[in-house]
Design a binder for this molecule. Structure first.
Ligand code: SAM
Length: 366
C-alpha cells in the first residue's frame, strides 16, 4: 500500500472566507507539492471525524521524499496537525521537522486596517518559494525573498519565522516607520539580541527614501551558531528598487498588490490608484531583480485588476503567468474578490514542468 498522510486544517482557518478555505489550501498543496516534489503525489480534500483535511498519497510506482513531503505539509498555510493513515480507521501522529523559528506572535500580534491575513501571506510565500530553482533554500535560510510592497511587514515576519533574511519595500513612510516600531518593541519584549538602524537611501545624489536594517537572534548562543538573521526595509517606490538592489539576486517575490480601494472605510471606499498602473510601472524592475529561476506570487483584487491585463503587463516585462484566472479566487469582502497570480521569468529553466501544474488543479483523484 502507498503511504498516505492527512493534514488537518485549523478550525480557525480563514474565518473571513470560510467557504473558500478548502479549495484554497487544496490549490496551495497541489502547486507547492507539485513544484517541490514533481507530479508524484495526489492531493484531495476529505473530512475525518467531522474535521476538514487534505489527504496526500504517492502515485503508484512513484517514490517521493517522505521527510520533505511531511515538512512541506506542515508548512501549508492552514495545517493544524499531521497524521499518517496507518490502517482502516487508524491515524498515527506525525512529527514533521519544521524550519519555523521564533514565537508565532511575530506574525499575529500586529493588527491594522489593510493587513494581509497571516495565513494567506504564508500561502503566498509557500507558492513563490516553490517556483524557485533554489527552493531548497527555504529549509536552510538561503532563499532570498523580496516583498516589494511590504506594508507593515506581514510577509517579512513570515520569512523571518522561516529562518530567511528578507527584504521589503514600501512607498508609505508611515508603514515603514510602523514596522520598525513594531519590530523594535517585539525584539525587546522577547529579549532578543538585536540592532536596528535607519539611514537615508541615496542613489547618485538623489534621496529615494530610507533604508532600515535589523539584525536579530534569539540569544548569544544562536548568534554564535550563525543563526542571526537580517531584515531590510526600504522606504521607497517599488519601481526604483532596481537602483538599490543587485540585479538577479532574488529567488522569490511576494506581493499583495494595492487593491485600489480604501481600507478601513466600511461600505466601500473610493479608488485610490490603479493597481494595473502600479504593475506596469514595477514589473520590469521586479523581473530585473529576480534570478532566471525565480518565482513570483501576486495577490490581486479581481474587481480592480483584470487577469488578462495583468498577464499582458507581466509578459511585457518578460514574465510568464502560470495560473489561470480564478485559480485561487476567494471573496474577502464586498470590495475585494481576491486571486493569486503565479509568474516566473519567461526563460525559467523549469517553465514547462511548472506550467503543467496548472492542469493538475482540475484533477479529481479516483
Ligand atoms: C495591500 S498593501 C500590502 C499590505 C502588506 N502585505 C501588509 O500586510 O502590511 C499594498 C501596499 O503597497 C504599497 N504601495 C503602493 N504603491 C507603491 C509603490 N509604488 N511602491 C511601493 N509600495 C507601494 C502601499 O503603501 C501598501 O502598503
Amino acid at each position: 500500500m502507498t503511504r498516505a498522510v492527512l493534514a488537518l486544517r485549523a478550525p480557525s482557518a480563514n474565518r473571513v472566507y470560510t467557504a473558500a478555505a478548502g479549495p484554497l489550501v487544496l490549490a496551495e498543496a497541489r502547486w507547492v507539492l507539485g513544484a517541490h516534489l514533481g507530479p508524484g503525489v495526489v492531493v484531495r480534500e476529505r473530512t475525518v471525524g467531522g474535521m476538514h483535511a487534505l489527504e496526500v498519497r504517492a502515485r503508484a510506482e512513484q517514490t517521493v521524499d517522505e521527510d520533505r513531503l511531511d515538512t512541506l505539509l506542515g508548512l501549508l498555510s492552514t495545517t493544524y496537525g499531521l497524521f499518517e493513515i496507518a490502517g482502516e480507521g487508524l491515524l498515527r501522529p506525525l512529527e514533521a521537522s519544521s524550519p519555523l523559528r521564533h514565537p508565532e506572535d511575530l506574525e499575529t500580534i500586529l493588527k491594522y486596517p489593510g493587513k494581509t491575513n497571516e495565513q494567506f501571506t504564508a500561502l503566498l510565500v509557500n507558492l513563490a518559494a516553490s517556483l524557485s530553482t533554489r527552493r531548497s533554500g527555504l529549509f536552510d535560510g538561503t532563499l532570498s525573498l523580496l516583498d516589494p510592497m511590504c506594508g507593515r511587514g506581514t510577509t517579512l515576519n513570515r520569512a523571518l519565522r522561516l529562518g530567511l533574511s528578507p527584504i521589503g519595500a514600501d512607498i508609505d513612510r508611515k508603514d515603514v516607520e510602523a514596522y520598525r516600531t513594531f519590530l523594535t518593541t517585539w525584539l525587546r519584549t522577547h529579549r532578543y539580541k538585536h540592532q536596528i538602524s535607519s539611514t537615508s537611501l541615496t542613489v547618485r545624489g538623489e534621496q529615494l527614501g530610507t533604508r532600515t536594517l535589523a539584525e536579530l537572534a534569539p540569544d548569544k548562543a544562536a548568534q554564535r551558531a550563525g543563526l542571526a538573521q537580517q531584515v531590510t526595509v526600504l522606504g521607497c517606490d517599488t519601481a526604483r528598487l532596481g537602483e538599490v538592489l543587485a540585479a538577479r539576486s532574488v529567488d522569490a517575490i511576494v506581493a499583495d498588490l494595492p487593491y485600489g480601494v480604501q481600507h478601513g472605510a466600511h461600505g466601500g471606499g473610493g479608488v485610490q490608484r490603479s493597481p494595473l498602473e502600479v504593475l506596469r510601472r514595477a514589473a520590469g524592475t521586479w523581473r530585473s531583480l529576480l534570478r532566471d529561476g525565480g518565482g513570483i506570487a501576486l495577490a490581486v483584487n479581481r474587481h480592480t485588476l483584470d487577469h488578462d491585463a495583468a498577464r499582458e503587463a507581466l509578459a511585457a516585462a518578460g514574465l510568464t503567468v502560470l495560473t489561470r484566472d480564478g485559480a485561487f479566487r476567494h471573496r474577502v469582502d464586498q470590495s475585494i474578490d481576491r486571486d493569486v497570480l503565479l509568474a516566473v521569468p519567461s526563460n525559467h529553466p523549469r517553465l514547462e514542468q511548472l506550467a503543467a501544474l496548472d492542469a493538475l488543479q482540475e484533477e479529481t483523484p479516483t
